[in-house]
Design a protein around this ligand. Structure first.
Ligand SMILES: [Mn+2]
Length: 327
């Protein structure tokens, strides 16, 4: 932490970024630190590798975000801070550009470092943090930057997004303590809850209805799998962001221990997402498929025939659950 603080203090031009397919945690973290670093006179800008999903437009001013294009000439930066991932592949092609210009790159994250995958060089990782926003909150506090409404709203967005409104707090009271400290500065926290979790459309409901109608169970209902077809999204004019919470719905089914969503993006090209409960570690299956994430929530981009991939996943998870039951 001290090393990271030193880097920030001595740097003048600072770039902030987050993983592709950015979520409320990564976006909230970068917006919070953006406002905070501005307050202490830093030259700070945000460059992400893809556009912000539409659902965040009511919460986050998209004019603060630039989208990095491959081969784009970037101004020189002293320091780049990467939020909510420690996997450089998820910020390509920006990572390569920054490396070429000799920029110091620091990952600020709460995911485990992958066993198979690129290892970050400079990082501050706190796996006990329920959101990256918690780490940013501590950073802002250590830099003695006073909170204000834009900072507090962004940090609260991170916090409630990743904890899903305090459901997943990693057995720590810190998320609640942080909320208490942010609270005096928050502007309409209930609006933040609604923009993150309560904005459904008829099309989205139709997607959920299709998805839930297709749940397949394996291993005495301990594994639940949904297969969403590309056609579903196309017909309903939805984008991939709209599928993010589908897998969360089925892990809530009593008795299900691992929930899986196969989202077909193109023919034979899938995003597969895993959720687990009862301490079952689904990071291993994602890593095996070339992905990453948390122990209880992970994913990967994979290619292949659905039936074969599904069988592979079911076999792997069945072994995992059986071994877990005996351990
Ligand atoms: Mn996160």
């Amino acid at each position: 932490m001290q090393e990271l603080l030193n880097h920030i203090q001595k740097s003048e031009r600072i770039l902030l970024t987050t993983h592709r397919d950015a979520d409320g945690d990564g976006l909230g973290s970068q917006i919070a630190l953006y406002h905070a670093l501005k307050k202490i006179g830093k030259n700070v800008s945000i460059h992400n590798v893809d556009p912000m999903p539409k659902k965040y437009e009511k919460l986050i001013d998209k004019n603060l975000l630039s989208i990095y294009q491959e081969n784009q000439q970037l101004p020189l930066f002293d320091l780049a801070l990467v939020f909510d991932t420690n996997d450089q592949r998820l910020i390509e092609p920006l990572f390569s550009n920054l490396t070429v210009q000799g920029c110091q790159i620091f990952f600020i994250d709460h995911h485990p470092i992958l066993k198979q995958g690129p290892k970050p060089k400079n990082f501050f990782i706190d796996m006990k943090a329920a959101s990256t926003g918690e780490i940013v909150f501590k950073l802002i506090d250590a830099l003695k930057i006073p909170l204000d409404t834009p900072i507090a709203n962004a940090l609260y967005t991170s916090l409630v997004f990743d904890t899903q409104l305090f459901r997943y707090t990693r057995a720590s009271s810190f998320s609640h303590e942080m909320a208490l400290k942010l609270f005096p500065y928050l502007f309409r926290p209930e609006d933040i809850h609604r923009h993150l979790f309560g904005v459904q459309t008829p099309e989205k409901m139709e997607l959920l209805s299709r998805a839930l109608g297709r749940v397949k169970y394996y291993l005495e209902n301990k594994i639940a799998i949904i297969h969403l077809k590309h056609q579903d999204l196309e017909e309903l004019h939805l984008d991939t962001e709209d599928t993010r919470d589908v897998v969360d719905k089925i892990i809530d089914i009593d008795g299900v221990e691992v929930a899986v969503l196969f989202r077909e993006d193109k023919n034979q090209s899938f995003k597969v997402s895993f959720r687990s409960k009862n301490n079952i570690n689904v990071l291993g299956v994602s890593e095996l498929l070339g992905g990453g994430g948390h122990h209880h929530a992970s994913g990967a981009y994979i290619k292949g025939n659905f039936e074969e991939l599904n069988l592979k996943v079911v076999n792997f998870l069945s072994d995992l659950i059986k071994t877990h039951a005996h351990s």
